[in-house]
Design a protein around this ligand. Structure first.
Ligand SMILES: Cc1cc2nc3c(=O)[nH]c(=O)nc-3n(C[C@H](O)[C@H](O)[C@H](O)COP(=O)(O)O)c2cc1C
Length: 207
């Protein structure tokens, strides 16, 4: 493999393209697309989103200290791109797509009904970095589409057709997993048992 050198830039992916809902101080909801998002900590569950100061959503998150990450799927592709190209300052994106909202459970911010998984987040810290500011937030509640939960209470997230974003292009995850966590170091019998278990999905943690 021969490599060419480039100056440092965000040549990084795939990342999830998520729709983040927010509200302003009067409770008016907005939605925007975020690609610069990631997991920061398992316990307590923390995520990050990097947001430019000029976004309406930035203002909303600063005002309320809350937001909801709505995972996106193949059928949400068009709205995911659109909500990342138009500001809520110019157009009511929720009305434009006729998006149905579901009331927040532990936060005041609603989630998108069309999204199979919504993570209710409360801001933990804000770090100014440059073009973007980094919000670290605790996930205080997960809402999961019951269609993704099997009889044993396992969440089959791999079946949601989640969207990924990679260097300017959108992809959707294939249904067939390539492997399971730890398969590279597990004994064959363990590997087979894990694969069988994995095929049934991950166990949901009920609250
Ligand atoms: C795929 C994609 C990913 C994006 N990721 C981010 C991001 O991580 N942070 C950000 O500030 N803007 C991001 N944007 C741009 C905003 O979503 C966009 O400027 C949006 O119009 C802001 O809406 P608002 O002003 O209603 O908050 C992304 C756009 C797209 C299409």
């Amino acid at each position: 493999m021969t490599k060419e050198l480039f100056k440092g830039s965000i040549l990084f992916g795939p990342v999830p393209a998520v729709l983040v809902t927010t509200i302003n101080q009067d409770g008016q909801p907005n939605v925007f697309t975020v690609g610069w998002t990631g997991v920061a900590c398992s316990h307590p569950p923390m995520v990050t989103i990097a947001v430019r100061k000029e976004r309406l959503s930035y203002e909303n998150i600063r005002a309320t200290g809350e937001f909801v990450i709505n995972l996106t799927t193949r059928k949400m592709l068009k709205m995911t791109d659109f909500c990342g190209c138009r500001s809520g300052r110019k157009i009511d994106k929720i009305k434009h797509f006729g998006l149905e909202l579901e009331a927040g459970v532990d936060v005041a911010v609603p989630s998108l009904k069309i999204s199979p998984v919504a993570l209710e987040c409360r801001v933990y810290s804000l770090t100014e970095l440059g073009s973007h500011d980094l919000f670290v937030a605790e996930i205080v509640r997960n809402k999961v589409d019951t269609a993704l939960i099997d009889k044993e209470g396992r969440i089959r997230l791999g079946e949601a057709g989640l969207l990924a974003y990679c260097h300017g292009e959108y992809f959707s995850l294939g249904r067939q997993p390539l492997g399971t966590f730890g398969h590279s170091v597990a004994r064959r019998s363990v590997r087979q048992a894990r694969q069988a278990k994995h095929n049934q999905g991950g166990k949901a943690q009920k609250s």
